[in-house]
Design a binder for this molecule. Structure first.
Ligand code: AMP
Length: 218
């Protein structure tokens, strides 16, 4: 089963992608994570993408399409993929359709996570993650059980994303509405969309996604 998690920044795509990865033995592919790794490693891609990401704008389609194609090919034998943060434009969605078809794969479901913009700014401004395993936390909603120690791996270093501040979040939301939201129509025409209420708590959203996937026969 291959699925796309679609929704604005802060909707909880990364959190749910991780849960799905564990519960369904699928592989999460996040273009945001890949690009941040490229920036941290100082690669040519990282140099091209870094400034664009700091402004909250979208990295050019050809760069992210190449990244995703390489990753899908590298993990060819897996049960399926959860795409988190890709596609983000119609051109990316069309490229994904082509590249899955060429590899005799298909996209089974597109889960749209619905959240309102004001809630997103608050959610994003408080989030941070374990530097070792990437487990996500939030100043208001999910602090580590033992202060300063990651629940998942025991790590003691935490990081905040550079683009998780209000001004950049507003620009990321603008990019979402202008360039990514049209994908909901694109995939609705393919009969693949199921919407879930991204404002609910993590476990409830997880249940809703599970139901949406069962109805895909997956
Ligand atoms: P994310 O972690 O998904 O919120 O992505 C962080 C940033 O990486 C975005 O604000 C974009 O600048 C860039 N990015 C991630 N995925 C894509 C994509 N599919 N297309 C264009 N830019 C992307």
């Amino acid at each position: 089963m291959n699925l796309v998690l679609l929704g604005p920044p802060g909707a909880g795509k990364g959190t749910q992608a991780k849960l799905l990865e564990d519960s369904r033995s699928l592989v999460k592919l996040s273009t945001g994570d890949m690009l941040r790794a490229a920036v941290a490693a100082g690669t040519e891609l990282g140099r091209k993408a870094g400034d664009i990401m700091e402004r909250g704008e979208l990295v050019p389609d050809d760069l992210v399409i190449k990244l995703i194609a390489e990753r899908i090919d590298a993990k060819g034998g897996v049960k399926g993929f959860i795409l988190d943060g890709f596609p983000r434009t119609i051109a990316q969605a069309e490229a994904l359709d082509r590249l899955l078809k060429e590899r005799h794969k298909r996209l089974d479901r597109v889960i749209v996570m619905e959240v309102d913009d004001d809630a997103l700014v608050e959610r994003i401004a408080g989030r941070f993650a374990c530097a070792d395993c990437g487990e996500g936390y939030h100043d208001l909603y999910k602090m580590p059980k033992v202060p300063g120690v990651c629940d998942r791996c025991g790590g003691t270093q935490f990081v905040r994303r550079r683009d998780d501040n209000e001004a950049v979040v507003r620009s990321r939301l603008k990019a979402y509405h202008a360039q990514t939201e049209p994908l909901i129509d694109y995939y609705t025409r393919q009969g693949k969309v199921r919407a879930v209420d991204g404002m609910a708590d993590i476990a409830t959203v997880q249940e809703e996604i599970d139901q949406a996937l069962e109805s895909a026969g997956a």
